[in-house]
Design a protein around this ligand. Structure first.
Ligand code: GDD
Ligand code: GTP
Length: 414
């Protein structure tokens, strides 16, 4: 029997995802028609041996309950949400709830960062781990460029045994192009390593050395578990070449949307309500005029209305939004219940990885550049925003419930 743990952080994390996370917690933001972490759940549920999924985070139980109930109905796996009393880091929550993970004595458990998206090769990862009886943790790794590798966990591994000899979390200078994807298989004995780390933290905290630590229970899985395990023949890495990306900035939602749509082609809309350029997901409750042209890479949520002559590409339209006649939406996210007026143009700039660099990942560009100007990015309309007819909105972010009266370029509209 196997289990899975998904780490989702809390409301104070995912700040770079604002304003998309203002009304929907980032882990529940819909990508290709499914909440971000439902893609994780689906990958776990596909594995017959996986009997329980524990979602650990600092969001309130109220925020997560509806989602967990929905998931429980949809998949034949036990799914539970465990709330941390305070953010305990990538290791602290896992350690705090260790009895829940150990219950039933699973052979191992998957540990998944909630803010990544991928074609999760969980079966291969599990077999890789199983074949190495010494392994306490197997990391899913991927190749990054030399420059980008320092923004991730970086590791060096033995080419024959695949054992990790050196692990540095977000190194100051180049270590290796093999990076940590935030997806692991762990044996239950990892809790012994965590117990040692926990004890050290407690000693440090109460003797005054741990003053910088936010909480005595705070633990980083990367710093407190992976780093000490490197070089002991208990830490391994399986390298994958399939698609993988972080979901940090709002721009990465559009990028992830494209890949998940491709991955889930089987689920994509079959009875085309209009001209569709694949891949496109249209929720069955959306109303789409037959003269609209949609795609590629568009997700249309529940209750959305798309009127005559509308053109949408590379975008996510959230629940109950309306796009009026002949409007154009490109590289944008249109918030819930927002409205785009007739003949208006809502357009953003994609932040895709550099196609000319092999293994390049998305750059998580900050909102503002060093001159204090907005970096070109996707356009985002917050919930309930109204864009009047015949206006142009380019590379802008509009906060929720704003009624615009004119065109904007490269602005944040508060
Ligand atoms: N439950 C809980 N509690 N989850 C947390 C907490 C916490 O206190 N802090 C972070 N998380 C969750 C986040 O929501 C996210 O899904 C995941 O743990 C990773 O947390 P970050 O702190 O944002 O780390 P990172 O994304 O910068 O780096 C990690 O992931 C990279 C791959 O995406 C590291 O593991 C890197 O080594 C790795 O390359
Ligand atoms: P193509 O080379 O024809 O794809 O256009 P483009 O790439 O030069 O134009 P752009 O990327 O700006 O627009 C993408 C699609 O939206 C194209 O298919 C255009 O025909 C269509 N389009 C552009 N502007 C508008 C508009 O104001 N209203 C509508 N309804 N469609 C538009």
């Amino acid at each position: 029997m196997l289990k899975a743990v998904i780490l989702i952080g809390g409301p104070q994390k995912g700040t770079r995802f604002r304003p998309l996370s203002l009304d929907t917690p980032k882990p529940l933001f819909p990508i290709a028609g499914l909440p971000l972490i439902q893609h994780h759940i689906e990958a776990c549920a596909k594995l017959e041996e996986c009997k329980e999924i524990l979602i650990i985070g600092a969001y309130t139980t109220n925020t997560m309950m509806q989602f967990v109930n929905d998931m429980q109905k949809e998949y034949h796996v036990i799914i539970r949400y465990l709330q941390e009393f305070t953010p305990l880091g990538t290791g602290g929550g896992l350690y705090h709830f260790r009895d829940q993970v150990r219950a039933g004595n699973p052979a191992a458990f998957f540990l998944l960062n909630g803010d990544v998206c991928a074609d999760f090769p969980l079966k291969e990862l599990w077999h890789f781990h199983e074949e190495r009886p010494n392994a306490l943790v197997t990391i899913m790794g991927t190749e990054a460029t030399r420059q980008q590798s320092v923004h991730y966990g970086s590791m060096v591994r033995d080419s024959a045994t695949k054992s990790v000899s050196h692990y540095v979390e977000k190194p100051n200078s180049y270590v290796s192009t093999l990076i940590n994807c935030g997806v692991y298989v762990c044996s239950l004995q990892v809790f012994h390593t965590m117990a040692d780390a926990f004890q050290k933290k407690q000693d440090g905290f109460y003797s005054g050395n741990g003053q910088g630590s936010p909480h005595p229970g705070y633990m980083s899985f990367e710093q407190d578990v992976l780093m000490p395990l490197a070089g002991t023949n208990k830490l391994y890495a399986m390298q994958v070449t399939t698609w993988w990306s972080q979901v940090k900035t709002a721009g990465s939602a559009i990028y992830a949307n494209r890949h998940y749509l491709e991955l889930h082609r089987d689920r994509v809309t079959k009875d085309n309500p209009c001209t569709i350029l694949p891949d496109v997901f249209v929720h069955p409750t959306a109303t789409v005029d037959s003269t609209a042209v949609i795609g590629p890479n568009v997700s249309i949520g529940a209750g959305v209305t798309i009127k005559a002559g509308v053109r949408i590409k590379e975008s996510i339209i959230l629940n109950n939004a309306t796009v009026h006649d002949h409007a154009l939406v490109m590289y944008s996210v249109v918030g819930q219940e927002a409205s785009v007026g007739e003949w208006s143009r809502v357009e953003g700039t994609p932040s895709d990885p550099d196609p000319n660099k092999p293994f390049a990942k998305m750059d998580n560009t900050p909102l503002f550049n060093t001159d204090g100007r907005l970096n070109p990015s996707i356009t985002i309309l917050g919930a309930g925003v109204v864009v009047p007819a015949e206006t142009i909105l380019l590379n802008s972010i509009v906060l929720p419930h704003k009624h615009l009266t004119r065109s904007f370029k490269h602005e944040i509209i508060l």
